[in-house]
Ligand binder design. Structure first.
Ligand SMILES: [Cu+2]
Length: 207
């Protein structure tokens, strides 16, 4: 009995944080600036913060100047091979139609990876659980994501891949369905282009 207690005490000591060592928290942030503002008639801007707090990833995103009263898809995008993603620039309009579309983000930013919707850890991109902008054109998104589940889904989707937030960028998408976007504006599979057109981007950086 006594040796069992000693063993338990030793185990407890071995998992306790070392003196003077910070707890396992890491924080990241991104400043989002507008894309396609000249076409959508408002200038989206905002910020995102990410905190790895023990077993959770705490996400907080606030946006203003986005098209009002509609749902806005938002994700982090990146490269599965570990390359560093950067935001697309307005002059990377490859087909010169005046719009930056989803396809034109791929060269600098990679692919759509993790959604900031109701369940980021499921990594299901087409959902109707993304934030809804207010009548004033702002929204706030907060989510506590179970990190182990997210890492598992991520590693399954991108074998060997890790989340690596500081190699990612965050995009916010979406204009109203009556925006009459030209057919040259590409999208994701069968999802209409007004849903996926990027309206803001920010590089995620470690604090
Ligand atoms: Cu996206």
């Amino acid at each position: 009995m006594r040796s069992k207690l000693l063993l338990l005490a030793a185990l407890a000591a071995s998992v306790a944080p070392l003196p003077g060592r910070a707890a396992e928290t890491e924080t990241y942030h991104a400043i989002l600036t507008d894309l396609n503002a000249g076409k959508i008639g408002s200038k989206p801007m905002g910020q995102a913060s990410f905190k790895i707090n023990g077993n959770n990833l705490e996400v907080h995103i606030t946006m203003s100047g986005v098209p009002a009263d509609i749902e806005h898809w938002e994700h982090f995008h990146g490269f599965p091979d570990g390359r560093n993603a950067t935001c697309v620039k307005q002059d990377m309009d490859a087909n010169k139609d005046g719009y930056i579309d989803l396809g034109e983000t791929e060269k600098p930013s990679g692919t759509t990876m993790v959604p900031f919707n109701d369940k980021p850890e499921d990594m299901i991109i087409p959902t109707n659980t993304y934030p809804q902008a207010s009548a004033k054109g702002d929204f706030e998104y907060t989510k506590i994501v179970p990190l182990e589940q997210l890492s598992k889904t991520f590693g399954r989707t991108y074998p060997g891949g890790t989340i690596d937030l500081d190699k990612r960028v965050i995009y916010v998408h979406g204009v109203p369905s009556n925006s009459n976007l030209p057919s040259s504006v590409g999208s994701l599979g069968t999802v209409p282009s007004h849903v996926t057109i990027p309206i803001a981007c920010g590089k995620i950086e470690k604090n």
